[in-house]
Design a protein around this ligand. Structure first.
Ligand code: B1M
Length: 233
């Protein structure tokens, strides 16, 4: 215990600090994570690097030990809260852009699923890239997606699922869009750890996005195709 109290984050070099942040995230130490994020930013780190190297990498370790039965839900919740606190500091920095709005995305996690860190990250990165993002949260039934798409006059639907049991629900949403004759009006992008490209194709999404950076690039590509089509037609 004494050892842990003795660690002064600001005295660690970058590499040691990042490793310490992985440990602190693992232990769900919210204030230490906030402090670590601020120190790295003060040292000139790009917000995206802090996000991926300190936070996302730390959460990967948590995920592995959760899978292996070393960590349990309460500990993982604490880790998730610490991660969110770090993300909250980074959010305005990632979203800082003077770029004109390039499109609008409705994003939400599917019914039965309450994981939201990945979705939030995608939303943050999309905002940073100049997209307007309407986040409809977690545990969304199909009606909520449809209502939000219509209300917001969005260009893109983003769906997230982290459980193998909830990912098939994405097909329910896409099939309902087809039934309502609205599927072609929207670009549908899907993501989440258990998905892959094949699954994205099988359910009729426009694309599967491995991570937030890919989601941004894919959304940009589809938006420029959409604009070209409109210009041509
Ligand atoms: Co859960 N959980 N969890 N969990 N959890 C996983 C997903 C799991 C893989 C852990 C494991 O066993 N290794 C496992 C699923 C196994 C499976 O389905 N095969 C699991 C389980 C089993 C469960 C419960 C059932 C546990 C239980 O109760 N016994 C339960 C389910 C609750 C529910 O949803 N109904 C549960 C609960 C929880 C917590 C509440 C404790 C917490 C969530 C807190 C929160 O989100 N607010 C939690 C967490 C934190 C995880 C892990 C450890 C981390 C997820 C995470 O945030 N990753 C996770 C293990 C893992 O994924 N390896 C696990 C970091 C995040 C940045 O990555 O979300 O993958 P990710 O997002 C990435 C990409 O996937 C992509 O971009 C993001 C950024 O790069 N992406 C998109 C994601 N969504 C996208 C949408 C897009 C585009 C890209 O749209 C365009």
């Amino acid at each position: 215990m004494a050892d842990e109290e003795d660690i002064i984050l600001s005295e660690l070099d970058d590499e040691e600090l990042v490793l310490q942040m992985h440990d602190d995230l693992y232990d769900g130490l919210k204030e230490e994570i906030e402090e670590g994020v601020r120190i790295l930013l003060d040292r000139g780190w790009a917000p995206y690097d802090v996000l991926t190297k300190a936070l996302v990498a730390g959460m990967t370790i948590v995920g592995a030990d959760f899978r292996d039965g070393i960590l349990f839900v309460p500990e993982v919740l604490l880790a998730a809260n610490a991660m969110k606190a770090g993300m909250a500091i980074l959010k305005p920095l990632l979203a800082e852009t003077g770029a004109p709005k390039v499109g609008k995305m409705v994003i939400g996690t599917v019914k039965g699923d309450i994981h939201d860190i990945g979705k939030n990250l995608v939303g943050m990165m999309m905002e940073g890239a100049g997209f307007e993002v309407v986040d409809i949260g977690i545990n969304n039934p199909v009606e909520k997606y449809i209502e939000a798409l219509e209300r917001e006059d969005a260009d893109i639907l983003g769906m997230s699922a982290l459980l193998t049991t909830t990912m098939p629900y994405m097909k329910v949403v896409i099939d309902t869009m087809k039934e309502k004759g609205m599927r072609e009006d929207f670009i549908v992008l899907v993501g989440g750890a258990p998905l892959n490209e094949e699954f994205g194709k099988a359910i009729g999404a426009d694309a599967y996005c491995r991570d937030a950076a890919v989601a941004v690039q894919t959304a940009k590509d589809f938006m420029s195709r959409k604009h070209n089509k409109l210009a041509a037609g």
